[in-house]
Design a protein around this ligand. Structure first.
Ligand code: SF4
Length: 222
């Protein structure tokens, strides 16, 4: 089946079965495809952005430009500590203990927010990383509290080429950092251009022995 049609149908089916859906968005290319598909079906879906305080300035500018253009319901999730307060207390955790930094700035705020929802849409794709090779379109996410959500990844089997083709056909802009050679874009201190072109996330936490921030590690196939 055509992948756009399949993704659209998955979005429609998941929304029809959901009382309270949300979408997590870091404004990478695949996120914008999912955002576009979701907005056609549910224009008021909450779009959760993990505002760690460490994103590239280009990401904040692009987020705001896209929000103006598409008019979605942006929800900025901020950690308990500001970036400055965290650095005063613990120094540059992204250098000394990135696992803790991600826990404080991403995992804790997101898991707290997800308690309010029953369905979680993501822009995850199998091709993004060896850690995502077994991704399924429908999974169950279980939060530390025990709260379960349906986790839906409509682009699970898409390639990056297909993602950019969709953006081009829909005349949607993409994050300008892609033109500089980045293929997976997270917080600025932990994002480099990919060391291995066949592994787009190989520039994330390079040399730190870390492949994921921790938000996508709780769950099972649904
Ligand atoms: Fe901190 Fe880096 Fe994780 Fe961002 S990606 S929360 S800067 S360790």
């Amino acid at each position: 089946m055509d992948k756009v049609k399949a993704a659209k149908e998955l979005v429609q089916e998941a929304l029809a079965q959901s009382q309270n859906p949300c979408f997590t968005c870091s404004f990478q290319a695949e996120d914008v495809v999912v955002l576009h598909l979701l907005l056609k079906e549910k224009p008021d879906i909450p779009v959760l952005f993990l505002d760690t305080g460490y994103h590239f300035p280009e990401v904040y500018a692009y987020r705001d430009e896209l929000q103006k253009r598409l008019g979605f319901r942006l929800v900025n999730l901020t950690p308990a500590l500001s970036r400055e307060a965290q650095e005063r207390l613990y120094g540059k955790l992204y250098e000394t203990d990135p696992g803790r930094c991600c826990a404080l700035r991403k995992v804790e705020p997101l898991f707290a927010a997800l308690e309010a929802y029953d369905t979680w849409f993501t822009g995850l794709r199998r091709e993004q990383s060896p850690t995502r090779a077994n991704l399924k379109p429908l999974e169950e996410a279980i939060l530390p509290s025990g709260h379960c959500l349906k986790k839906v990844s409509p682009l699970w089997d898409w390639t990056l080429k297909e993602v950019f083709a969709y953006l081009a056909v829909q005349d949607l802009p993409y994050l300008p950092l892609y033109d500089q050679g980045y293929l997976s874009i997270g917080c600025a201190p932990c994002t480099a251009k990919p060391l291995d072109p066949s592994d787009p996330r190989s520039g994330r936490w390079a040399g730190k022995g870390k492949l994921e921030c921790g938000i996508h590690l709780h769950g099972k196939e649904g």
